[in-house]
Design a protein around this ligand. Structure first.
Ligand code: BJW
Ligand code: ZN
Length: 245
């Protein structure tokens, strides 16, 4: 059943909840000009994310994979957080540690909007990891001077500090995300196609522990049928409406 005023309904659920969690995906950064993965504009040189975001693609052709990341790093560096990111930062300010922000995004825009605690399930595009000595560093240079970049400590090849298909998510981060979702009374899921696991399992996990789920998306997703409330539209417009006091 669709309530008469879904925005008001969402506002009431947020006001009533002791613990709130939010899961975001690429759609939340679309209004900042960053292409999503599974939209027409998300393609890079006719590659799909599934072609490039894999250890096998990197092993076969690290330069091409790095060129994709270098291109995306340039777009992200030039982008600014949008009202959706800012609204979630405001919710954290209001609820403190009763709010948990979980993101699949690697763009760092939640941090730049002021969110302090962000559980990054798929890593961070500004991190590099040496495939030889495993050292992880931040590197904000755009463009990178050499592709693939090399480790300053051992000279080994660096890879982006992100999670590719077939790789495990960072264990502690995933455990904190699961715990937050088990504890919350309300989970807001914004801008994700809800097809990539295990992130996509968080909404059913929340519901199995009695929480309500609000989906915010411009399109229908596999989650839409089971969400308690679906708000159709851009997250940069909807999140401020349901969060601003
Ligand atoms: C708007 C909007 C606006 C637009 N406002 N909305 C169970 C079942 C089936 C498969 C699996 C399973 N468990 C695991 C798998 C395999 C695999 C998987 O899920 N495959 C599926 C695709 C079938 N998962 C994995 O491999 C994961 N690892 C794993 O499970 O490890 C197990 C293991 C354990 C122990 C040892 C070894 C292994 C890892 C997944 C890693 C995903 N990585 C990527 C790349 C990250 C780095 C990078 O950025 O380059 O993560 S792929 C890509 O997809 C990226 C994203 O975070 C992720 C999700 O995409 P997202 O955010 O949902 O974006 P889109 O583009 O799909 O959707 C955007 C949405 O926004 C759309 O709905 C639009 O409508 C909407 N939108 N504008 C609101 N303005
Ligand atoms: Zn090294």
């Amino acid at each position: 059943m669709t309530p008469d005023n879904p925005i008001e309904q969402a506002r009431q659920w947020i006001a009533a909840a002791t613990r709130v969690a939010a899961l975001t995906g690429a759609g939340i950064s679309a209004e900042s000009g960053i292409p999503t993965f599974r939209s027409a504009g998300g393609l890079w040189r006719n590659f799909r994310a599934e072609d490039l975001a894999t250890p096998r693609a990197f092993a076969r052709d690290p330069k091409t994979v790095w060129e994709w990341y270098d291109w995306r790093r340039g777009l992200i560096a030039a982008a600014k957080p949008n009202l959706g990111h800012y609204a979630l930062a405001q919710l954290e300010q209001r609820l403190g540690d009763r709010f948990t922000l979980i993101t699949q995004n690697v763009d760092g825009l939640h941090n730049r909007a002021g969110s302090q605690r962000v559980l990054k399930l798929h890593g961070d595009i500004w991190w590099t990891m040496c495939i030889a000595c495993r050292e992880v560093r931040s590197d904000f240079r755009v463009p990178l001077p050499e592709l693939p970049p090399r480790c300053a400590s051992c000279g080994g090849m660096l890879r982006p500090g992100v999670v590719w298909f077939g790789e495990p998510l960072p264990g502690a981060t995933w455990e904190q995300a699961e715990e937050a979702v088990r504890q919350c009374e309300l989970l807001i899921v914004a801008g994700t196609s809800a097809v990539v696991y295990p992130a996509a399992s968080l909404a059913p996990l929340a519901q199995s522990h009695g929480a309500r789920v609000i989906e915010i998306n411009t399109e229908e997703t596999p989650l839409s049928g089971s969400a308690d409330l679906c708000l159709r539209g851009p997250s940069g417009e909807i999140l401020p409406q349901i969060i601003e006091s």
